[in-house]
Design a protein around this ligand. Structure first.
Ligand SMILES: Nc1nc2c(ncn2[C@@H]2O[C@H](COP(=O)(O)OP(=O)(O)OP(=O)(O)O)[C@@H](O)[C@H]2O)c(=O)[nH]1
Length: 213
């Protein structure tokens, strides 16, 4: 994979990895804080409901490239819903988390997607739908296929996880990181092409001016 030039990333100092803001969204108790805690500290414990927002950072090393995540873990309780919108600003990625044992949380994730669609242009943020708590298989209310189908219909990345068993947690963040870097490379490629076109377009007019003299 080509190296992304950190210096050209917004918020990154020269030579430092690109910084991307990632927000965790979803209704209460689906496991947003647990996913963040598992990913950043490889820990799992009974966590008190998030008040407002919690913040973590983590550098992701993808071998040929690296980036830094600023992870904003928002509170899922309804009373904090409007506050969470404030945390959207400047986000590059969002994890829409639901609990596979709660259909209502799957519906809520779909509502969060609508909120994101109102706030951002298509393709502006990388969005992954995450079905958490797969270790509670017998209590499942949302099938793998339902999650997959909805994600595909909306062009979202999709994975199921268990923060408790540490199943696919790192994979979620790595997949988002890869997608972000890929988009960054495409953007940089387009900028370079644009610059090259500009330079080409400039040349003849200068020559014309020169010949006309
Ligand atoms: N069995 C199981 N329990 C989980 C898993 N992830 C989280 N939990 C539990 O679910 C409960 C809620 O987890 P949190 O991480 O606090 O959920 P949250 O989405 O951050 O909740 P809010 O802060 O209210 O928005 C806690 O008791 C966790 O221990 C999982 O993968 N499997």
């Amino acid at each position: 994979m080509a190296q992304v030039d950190g210096a050209s990333c917004p918020g990154a100092a020269p030579g430092q990895p690109c910084i991307f803001k990632l927000v965790l969204l979803g209704t209460d108790s689906v496991g947003k804080s647990s996913l963040a805690l598992r990913y950043v500290k490889n820990d799992f414990k009974s966590i008190l409901p998030t008040v407002g927002c919690a913040f973590f950072t983590k550098v992701v090393d993808l071998g040929a490239a690296s980036l830094k995540f600023e992870i904003w873990d928002t509170a899922g309780q309804e009373k904090y819903h409007s506050v969470c919108h404030l945390y959207f600003r400047g986000a590059s990625a969002a994890l829409l988390v639901y609990d596979v044992t709660r259909k209502d949380s799957f519906c809520k994730a779909q509502q969060w997607l609508k909120d994101l669609e109102e706030e951002f242009h298509p393709g502006e943020v990388v969005i992954m739908l995450v079905g958490n708590k797969t270790d509670l298989g017998e209590e499942r209310e949302v099938t793998l296929e339902e999650g997959k189908e909805f994600a595909e219909s909306k062009g979202l990345l999709f994975m199921e996880t268990s923060a408790k068993l540490n199943h696919q947690v790192t994979e979620v963040f790595s997949a988002v990181a890869r997608e972000l870097l890929q988009r960054e490379e495409t953007k940089q490629g387009q900028t370079l092409q644009g610059d090259a076109r500009l330079a080409l377009n400039e040349k003849p007019s200068r020559q014309a001016g020169c010949c006309a003299r």
